[in-house]
Write a protein that binds this ligand. Structure first.
Ligand code: ATP
Ligand code: MG
Ligand code: FE
Length: 340
Protein backbone atom coordinates (compact mmCIF):
# COMPACT_ATOMS: atom_id res chain seq x y z
CA UNK A 1 0.00 0.00 0.00
CA UNK A 2 1.19 3.49 -0.82
CA UNK A 3 -0.14 6.08 1.63
CA UNK A 4 -0.24 9.82 1.00
CA UNK A 5 0.09 11.39 4.46
CA UNK A 6 -0.49 14.96 5.63
CA UNK A 7 0.62 16.56 8.91
CA UNK A 8 -0.39 20.09 10.00
CA UNK A 9 -0.90 19.76 13.78
CA UNK A 10 1.41 22.59 14.82
CA UNK A 11 3.90 24.71 12.91
CA UNK A 12 5.18 22.30 10.26
CA UNK A 13 3.27 21.70 7.02
CA UNK A 14 4.39 18.28 5.84
CA UNK A 15 3.30 15.82 3.18
CA UNK A 16 4.80 12.38 2.56
CA UNK A 17 4.37 9.31 0.43
CA UNK A 18 5.11 6.11 2.36
CA UNK A 19 5.02 2.55 1.08
CA UNK A 20 4.06 -0.30 3.40
CA UNK A 21 4.43 1.85 6.53
CA UNK A 22 8.21 1.56 6.16
CA UNK A 23 9.61 3.03 2.97
CA UNK A 24 9.69 6.79 2.57
CA UNK A 25 9.24 7.75 -1.08
CA UNK A 26 9.04 11.44 -0.18
CA UNK A 27 8.71 13.55 2.96
CA UNK A 28 8.56 17.31 2.34
CA UNK A 29 8.40 19.71 5.27
CA UNK A 30 7.78 23.44 5.35
CA UNK A 31 8.62 24.87 8.77
CA UNK A 32 7.09 28.10 10.09
CA UNK A 33 9.68 28.56 12.83
CA UNK A 34 11.03 31.79 11.32
CA UNK A 35 7.52 33.31 11.32
CA UNK A 36 6.73 32.38 14.94
CA UNK A 37 10.19 33.26 16.27
CA UNK A 38 9.38 36.97 16.46
CA UNK A 39 6.45 36.20 18.81
CA UNK A 40 8.48 33.88 21.04
CA UNK A 41 6.22 30.88 20.34
CA UNK A 42 3.63 29.44 17.97
CA UNK A 43 0.71 31.80 17.26
CA UNK A 44 -2.28 29.55 16.35
CA UNK A 45 -4.00 31.92 13.87
CA UNK A 46 -0.77 32.52 12.00
CA UNK A 47 -0.02 28.79 11.95
CA UNK A 48 -3.38 28.05 10.24
CA UNK A 49 -2.89 30.78 7.67
CA UNK A 50 0.63 29.60 6.81
CA UNK A 51 -0.61 26.01 6.41
CA UNK A 52 -3.25 27.24 3.94
CA UNK A 53 -0.59 29.10 1.96
CA UNK A 54 1.72 26.13 1.44
CA UNK A 55 -0.37 22.95 1.69
CA UNK A 56 -1.11 22.62 -2.04
CA UNK A 57 2.52 23.14 -2.98
CA UNK A 58 3.63 20.58 -0.39
CA UNK A 59 1.19 17.99 -1.80
CA UNK A 60 2.46 18.62 -5.33
CA UNK A 61 6.09 18.37 -4.24
CA UNK A 62 5.57 15.20 -2.23
CA UNK A 63 3.89 13.51 -5.19
CA UNK A 64 6.56 14.69 -7.60
CA UNK A 65 9.47 13.60 -5.38
CA UNK A 66 7.90 10.19 -4.83
CA UNK A 67 8.19 9.46 -8.55
CA UNK A 68 4.55 8.31 -8.50
CA UNK A 69 1.27 9.95 -9.48
CA UNK A 70 -1.94 10.52 -7.52
CA UNK A 71 -3.36 7.43 -9.29
CA UNK A 72 -0.79 5.24 -7.54
CA UNK A 73 -1.98 6.15 -4.04
CA UNK A 74 -3.81 3.48 -2.02
CA UNK A 75 -5.10 5.74 0.78
CA UNK A 76 -4.95 9.27 2.17
CA UNK A 77 -3.96 9.74 5.82
CA UNK A 78 -3.97 12.86 7.95
CA UNK A 79 -3.21 13.90 11.53
CA UNK A 80 -6.57 14.03 13.31
CA UNK A 81 -5.06 15.23 16.61
CA UNK A 82 -3.80 16.17 19.11
CA UNK A 83 -2.72 19.64 18.03
CA UNK A 84 -3.98 23.16 17.34
CA UNK A 85 -7.53 22.85 16.04
CA UNK A 86 -7.20 25.50 13.32
CA UNK A 87 -3.93 24.00 12.12
CA UNK A 88 -5.29 20.44 12.09
CA UNK A 89 -8.32 21.55 10.06
CA UNK A 90 -6.19 22.72 7.14
CA UNK A 91 -4.60 19.29 6.72
CA UNK A 92 -7.90 17.52 7.31
CA UNK A 93 -9.77 19.52 4.66
CA UNK A 94 -6.99 18.94 2.12
CA UNK A 95 -6.84 15.20 2.89
CA UNK A 96 -10.62 14.76 2.73
CA UNK A 97 -10.78 16.58 -0.62
CA UNK A 98 -8.11 14.30 -2.05
CA UNK A 99 -9.72 11.14 -0.69
CA UNK A 100 -13.08 12.18 -2.08
CA UNK A 101 -11.79 13.28 -5.49
CA UNK A 102 -9.63 10.17 -5.93
CA UNK A 103 -12.16 7.83 -4.29
CA UNK A 104 -9.56 6.52 -1.84
CA UNK A 105 -9.85 5.20 1.72
CA UNK A 106 -9.28 7.88 4.34
CA UNK A 107 -7.32 7.38 7.60
CA UNK A 108 -7.47 9.80 10.55
CA UNK A 109 -4.19 9.33 12.42
CA UNK A 110 -2.95 10.04 15.94
CA UNK A 111 0.02 12.44 16.02
CA UNK A 112 1.78 10.69 18.93
CA UNK A 113 1.27 7.28 17.31
CA UNK A 114 3.13 8.94 14.44
CA UNK A 115 6.02 10.08 16.65
CA UNK A 116 6.28 6.53 18.01
CA UNK A 117 6.00 4.77 14.63
CA UNK A 118 8.65 7.08 13.15
CA UNK A 119 10.93 4.39 14.55
CA UNK A 120 9.41 1.84 12.19
CA UNK A 121 10.70 3.85 9.21
CA UNK A 122 14.28 2.99 10.22
CA UNK A 123 14.17 0.07 12.67
CA UNK A 124 12.46 -3.29 13.17
CA UNK A 125 10.17 -3.08 16.18
CA UNK A 126 9.87 -6.02 18.58
CA UNK A 127 6.97 -6.30 20.98
CA UNK A 128 6.38 -5.61 23.79
CA UNK A 129 8.34 -2.37 23.57
CA UNK A 130 8.35 0.84 25.57
CA UNK A 131 8.21 4.30 24.01
CA UNK A 132 9.49 7.41 25.76
CA UNK A 133 7.74 10.28 23.98
CA UNK A 134 9.37 13.65 24.59
CA UNK A 135 8.08 16.55 22.52
CA UNK A 136 6.85 20.12 22.66
CA UNK A 137 3.45 19.13 24.03
CA UNK A 138 3.92 15.61 25.40
CA UNK A 139 6.02 13.63 27.86
CA UNK A 140 4.77 10.09 28.09
CA UNK A 141 5.77 6.49 28.65
CA UNK A 142 3.73 4.31 26.30
CA UNK A 143 3.76 0.52 26.38
CA UNK A 144 3.17 -1.20 23.04
CA UNK A 145 2.03 -4.70 23.95
CA UNK A 146 1.65 -5.55 20.28
CA UNK A 147 1.54 -3.65 17.01
CA UNK A 148 -0.73 -0.61 17.24
CA UNK A 149 -1.77 -1.44 20.80
CA UNK A 150 -0.88 1.55 22.96
CA UNK A 151 -1.09 1.69 26.75
CA UNK A 152 -0.21 4.91 28.52
CA UNK A 153 1.65 4.06 31.70
CA UNK A 154 2.94 7.52 32.64
CA UNK A 155 2.62 11.13 31.58
CA UNK A 156 3.51 14.63 32.68
CA UNK A 157 1.21 16.22 35.20
CA UNK A 158 2.11 19.74 34.13
CA UNK A 159 4.64 20.95 31.52
CA UNK A 160 5.95 18.78 28.70
CA UNK A 161 9.75 18.49 28.54
CA UNK A 162 9.99 20.52 25.32
CA UNK A 163 7.75 23.18 26.82
CA UNK A 164 9.97 23.37 29.94
CA UNK A 165 13.05 23.68 27.71
CA UNK A 166 11.42 26.48 25.74
CA UNK A 167 10.36 28.36 28.89
CA UNK A 168 13.80 28.08 30.47
CA UNK A 169 15.38 29.21 27.20
CA UNK A 170 13.05 32.18 27.06
CA UNK A 171 14.05 33.20 30.60
CA UNK A 172 17.67 33.07 29.45
CA UNK A 173 16.73 35.25 26.43
CA UNK A 174 17.15 32.64 23.71
CA UNK A 175 14.84 32.68 20.67
CA UNK A 176 12.06 30.13 20.10
CA UNK A 177 12.41 27.15 19.98
CA UNK A 178 14.92 27.27 22.81
CA UNK A 179 15.54 23.56 23.41
CA UNK A 180 18.59 23.28 21.14
CA UNK A 181 20.18 26.42 22.72
CA UNK A 182 19.86 25.03 26.26
CA UNK A 183 21.20 21.68 25.04
CA UNK A 184 24.31 23.33 23.55
CA UNK A 185 24.90 25.54 26.61
CA UNK A 186 24.49 22.57 28.98
CA UNK A 187 26.78 20.31 26.98
CA UNK A 188 29.55 22.90 26.91
CA UNK A 189 29.44 23.96 30.57
CA UNK A 190 32.05 22.71 33.01
CA UNK A 191 30.16 23.99 36.04
CA UNK A 192 26.74 22.93 37.28
CA UNK A 193 24.07 24.39 39.55
CA UNK A 194 22.30 21.49 41.28
CA UNK A 195 18.51 21.58 40.92
CA UNK A 196 15.77 19.36 42.39
CA UNK A 197 14.45 16.17 40.74
CA UNK A 198 10.71 15.47 40.72
CA UNK A 199 10.40 11.73 41.38
CA UNK A 200 6.76 11.93 42.59
CA UNK A 201 5.30 8.97 44.58
CA UNK A 202 7.39 5.81 44.72
CA UNK A 203 6.56 3.60 41.73
CA UNK A 204 4.95 6.41 39.72
CA UNK A 205 5.77 6.65 36.03
CA UNK A 206 4.39 10.19 35.85
CA UNK A 207 6.52 13.27 35.36
CA UNK A 208 6.47 16.88 36.55
CA UNK A 209 8.64 19.67 35.23
CA UNK A 210 6.95 22.85 36.44
CA UNK A 211 8.72 22.79 39.84
CA UNK A 212 12.07 22.47 38.11
CA UNK A 213 11.19 25.32 35.78
CA UNK A 214 10.27 27.48 38.82
CA UNK A 215 13.58 26.54 40.47
CA UNK A 216 15.42 27.77 37.36
CA UNK A 217 13.47 31.05 37.35
CA UNK A 218 14.20 31.49 41.08
CA UNK A 219 17.95 31.15 40.50
CA UNK A 220 17.76 33.76 37.72
CA UNK A 221 15.78 36.19 39.90
CA UNK A 222 17.99 35.78 42.96
CA UNK A 223 21.13 36.32 40.91
CA UNK A 224 19.64 39.47 39.40
CA UNK A 225 18.53 40.80 42.78
CA UNK A 226 21.98 40.32 44.27
CA UNK A 227 23.47 42.08 41.26
CA UNK A 228 25.63 39.05 40.45
CA UNK A 229 26.37 37.61 37.02
CA UNK A 230 24.54 34.42 36.19
CA UNK A 231 26.48 31.33 35.14
CA UNK A 232 23.91 30.47 32.47
CA UNK A 233 25.84 27.40 31.37
CA UNK A 234 25.84 25.96 34.88
CA UNK A 235 22.12 26.62 35.18
CA UNK A 236 21.36 25.05 31.79
CA UNK A 237 23.46 22.04 32.73
CA UNK A 238 21.71 21.69 36.09
CA UNK A 239 18.33 21.84 34.37
CA UNK A 240 19.29 19.34 31.69
CA UNK A 241 20.80 16.92 34.22
CA UNK A 242 17.66 17.02 36.35
CA UNK A 243 15.36 16.40 33.35
CA UNK A 244 17.58 13.67 31.95
CA UNK A 245 18.09 11.76 35.19
CA UNK A 246 14.34 11.47 35.84
CA UNK A 247 13.51 10.50 32.22
CA UNK A 248 16.25 7.87 32.05
CA UNK A 249 15.47 6.37 35.46
CA UNK A 250 11.72 6.08 34.87
CA UNK A 251 12.08 4.83 31.30
CA UNK A 252 14.44 2.03 32.33
CA UNK A 253 12.28 1.11 35.31
CA UNK A 254 9.29 0.85 32.94
CA UNK A 255 11.28 -1.30 30.50
CA UNK A 256 12.09 -3.76 33.29
CA UNK A 257 8.62 -3.75 34.86
CA UNK A 258 6.88 -4.55 31.56
CA UNK A 259 9.60 -6.80 30.08
CA UNK A 260 9.97 -4.53 27.09
CA UNK A 261 12.34 -5.81 24.41
CA UNK A 262 13.26 -2.34 23.18
CA UNK A 263 13.14 1.27 24.30
CA UNK A 264 11.99 3.74 21.63
CA UNK A 265 12.88 7.40 22.03
CA UNK A 266 10.53 9.70 20.08
CA UNK A 267 9.53 13.34 19.63
CA UNK A 268 11.44 16.57 19.06
CA UNK A 269 13.34 16.45 22.37
CA UNK A 270 14.87 13.13 21.22
CA UNK A 271 17.36 15.44 19.48
CA UNK A 272 18.75 16.40 22.91
CA UNK A 273 22.40 15.37 23.19
CA UNK A 274 22.42 15.00 26.96
CA UNK A 275 19.33 12.80 26.95
CA UNK A 276 20.54 10.64 24.05
CA UNK A 277 23.95 10.12 25.63
CA UNK A 278 22.58 9.28 29.08
CA UNK A 279 19.94 6.92 27.68
CA UNK A 280 22.43 5.22 25.37
CA UNK A 281 24.92 4.67 28.21
CA UNK A 282 22.27 3.30 30.56
CA UNK A 283 20.65 1.06 27.92
CA UNK A 284 24.07 -0.25 26.97
CA UNK A 285 24.85 -1.07 30.60
CA UNK A 286 21.53 -2.86 31.07
CA UNK A 287 21.54 -4.58 27.69
CA UNK A 288 18.37 -2.84 26.46
CA UNK A 289 18.23 -2.06 22.71
CA UNK A 290 17.59 1.69 22.28
CA UNK A 291 15.93 2.89 19.06
CA UNK A 292 16.06 6.56 18.06
CA UNK A 293 14.90 7.92 14.68
CA UNK A 294 17.18 10.29 12.77
CA UNK A 295 16.62 13.95 13.63
CA UNK A 296 14.36 14.75 10.66
CA UNK A 297 11.96 11.98 11.72
CA UNK A 298 11.96 13.05 15.41
CA UNK A 299 10.40 16.45 14.81
CA UNK A 300 7.02 16.85 13.11
CA UNK A 301 6.83 15.25 9.67
CA UNK A 302 4.23 13.45 7.56
CA UNK A 303 6.26 10.27 6.96
CA UNK A 304 5.64 9.27 10.58
CA UNK A 305 1.90 9.79 9.98
CA UNK A 306 2.14 7.50 6.94
CA UNK A 307 3.87 4.89 9.12
CA UNK A 308 1.18 5.02 11.85
CA UNK A 309 -1.69 5.12 9.33
CA UNK A 310 -0.43 1.84 7.88
CA UNK A 311 -1.50 0.14 11.16
CA UNK A 312 -5.11 1.05 10.31
CA UNK A 313 -4.64 0.08 6.68
CA UNK A 314 -3.55 -3.40 7.73
CA UNK A 315 -6.61 -3.73 9.96
CA UNK A 316 -8.83 -2.52 7.11
CA UNK A 317 -10.03 0.19 9.47
CA UNK A 318 -10.85 3.37 7.63
CA UNK A 319 -12.24 6.67 8.82
CA UNK A 320 -15.47 8.27 7.72
CA UNK A 321 -15.16 11.51 5.76
CA UNK A 322 -17.22 13.33 8.39
CA UNK A 323 -14.31 12.86 10.85
CA UNK A 324 -13.62 15.90 13.03
CA UNK A 325 -10.32 17.32 14.29
CA UNK A 326 -9.51 16.13 17.83
CA UNK A 327 -7.31 18.76 19.55
CA UNK A 328 -7.09 16.51 22.67
CA UNK A 329 -7.13 13.13 20.95
CA UNK A 330 -6.42 10.20 23.28
CA UNK A 331 -3.83 7.70 22.07
CA UNK A 332 -5.56 4.77 23.74
CA UNK A 333 -8.82 5.80 22.07
CA UNK A 334 -7.18 5.55 18.66
CA UNK A 335 -5.59 2.18 19.39
CA UNK A 336 -7.31 -1.00 18.30
CA UNK A 337 -9.47 -2.48 21.06
CA UNK A 338 -7.48 -5.10 22.94
CA UNK A 339 -8.57 -8.66 22.31
CA UNK A 340 -9.48 -10.50 25.50
P1 ATP B 1 3.72 17.52 20.10
O1 ATP B 1 4.33 16.49 19.23
O2 ATP B 1 3.73 17.14 21.54
O3 ATP B 1 2.38 17.96 19.61
P2 ATP B 1 5.51 19.38 18.84
O4 ATP B 1 5.14 18.58 17.64
O5 ATP B 1 5.45 20.85 18.79
O6 ATP B 1 4.66 18.83 20.07
P3 ATP B 1 8.12 18.45 18.38
O7 ATP B 1 8.14 19.10 17.04
O8 ATP B 1 8.11 16.98 18.44
O9 ATP B 1 6.96 18.99 19.28
O10 ATP B 1 9.36 18.99 19.23
C1 ATP B 1 9.61 20.37 19.40
C2 ATP B 1 10.21 20.58 20.78
O11 ATP B 1 11.49 19.92 20.84
C3 ATP B 1 10.44 22.03 21.12
O12 ATP B 1 9.94 22.26 22.42
C4 ATP B 1 11.98 22.16 21.08
O13 ATP B 1 12.49 23.14 21.95
C5 ATP B 1 12.40 20.78 21.52
N1 ATP B 1 13.77 20.47 21.12
C6 ATP B 1 14.28 20.37 19.87
N2 ATP B 1 15.61 20.09 19.90
C7 ATP B 1 15.94 20.00 21.23
C8 ATP B 1 17.14 19.73 21.94
N3 ATP B 1 18.29 19.52 21.31
N4 ATP B 1 17.09 19.71 23.29
C9 ATP B 1 15.93 19.94 23.94
N5 ATP B 1 14.77 20.20 23.34
C10 ATP B 1 14.77 20.23 21.99
MG1 MG C 1 7.08 21.86 15.69
FE1 FE D 1 4.93 16.56 17.33
Amino acid sequence: AVILAIETSCDETSVAVVRGGKHILSNVISSQIEVHKQFGGVVPEIASRKHVEVITLMIEQAIEESGLTLKDMSAVAVTQGPGLVGALLVGIVAAKSLAMALDLPFIGTHHIAGHIYANQLVHELEYPCMALVVSGGHTELVLLESEGNFRMIGRTRDDAVGEAYDKVARALKFPYPGGPHIDKLASESETVIELPRAWLEPGSYDFSFSGLKSAVLAVINQTNMKGETLDAGALARGFQESVTEVLVEKALRAVRAFDAKQLLLCGGVAANRGLRAALAARCDKEGVPLLVPPHKLCTDNAAMIGAAAFLKWQQGEFTSLDMKAEPNFSLEGWAKPSVS
